[in-house]
Design a protein around this ligand. Sequence first.
Ligand SMILES: NC(=O)c1ccc[n+]([C@@H]2O[C@H](COP(=O)([O-])OP(=O)(O)OC[C@H]3O[C@@H](n4cnc5c(N)ncnc54)[C@H](OP(=O)(O)O)[C@@H]3O)[C@@H](O)[C@H]2O)c1
Length: 267
Amino acid sequence: MRLVLVGCGNMGHAMLKGWLAAGIVAPADILVVEPGEALRERAADLGVATAADAAPVAAFEPQLVVLAVKPQLMRDVTAAYRPLTATGSVFLSIAAGISSDALKDMLDGAPILRCMPNTPAAIGKGLMALYATGDVPVPMRDFVEQLLAANGVVVPIADEEQMHAVTALSGSGPAYLFHFIEALTAAGEKAGLPADAAATLARQTVYGAACLAFDSDETPGRLREQVTSPNGTTAAALSVLMGEDRLTRLVTEAVEAARRRSVELGN
Ligand SMILES: NC(=O)c1ccc[n+]([C@@H]2O[C@H](COP(=O)([O-])OP(=O)(O)OC[C@H]3O[C@@H](n4cnc5c(N)ncnc54)[C@H](OP(=O)(O)O)[C@@H]3O)[C@@H](O)[C@H]2O)c1
């Protein structure tokens, strides 16, 4: 399988590292197109061929082209890849918001897969939501699922409209958790802890709780109840977070803002 990766910034590079580490594609079967010289060199260090623009792509005859550029650039960038549709290339976009119809319009009707990754993909713990148009050949779909599994858990999405909600939840979600760690750290300092101790406690608490929620057969709600004794310290804190559904309402508002922005980016 010959594969071209277009854009090797944060997410493109993270995914590429996972594919190579898992041995799913050989470095010789990958061509990275990236205009940034430093990013190109970083990719070349992984043993793949690199180019500053699309000039060598046609001769490479890729079966799969992965589009990992910013959504705002997609229309301009894809113009150079349009001719590949006639030779049977399939396209996988990781851009937020841009629909398969819009991508087909840019790419002469090529078969399209869309993946919404998240940054834990960099350590193989991503959530890789995957949508495919009906004309993607089954072996290609299977290959892409295998490829993305190197970056984390692959969740198939049947209804493309849900990709906006997926973007708002798992795509942007790690940033919400990072901010929660920041908030917990600041609160710990306010409560009298030295800054570095507060940071360690906050990070390890979120990590440990996430692992427990993942490993346990109990629901998160049940795990919460198990550590909340009546009238105890946790109950005092939860009455602040859960009173009038405060945290749920805030998170719902945040996810809805991200979903709306995803829809806007698609327009
Ligand atoms: N980061 C995330 O958490 C995340 C999560 C889900 C989805 N995504 C999606 O992933 C995509 C990439 O995001 P990112 O964070 O990786 O962005 P990024 O770091 O800016 O990477 C995109 C790269 O593409 C390069 N590029 C621009 N024009 C190009 C062209 N014509 N050919 C080849 N490469 C070109 C950019 O170079 P210049 O900087 O020189 O323009 C940049 O290095 C976006 O569509 C985003 O929606 C990201």
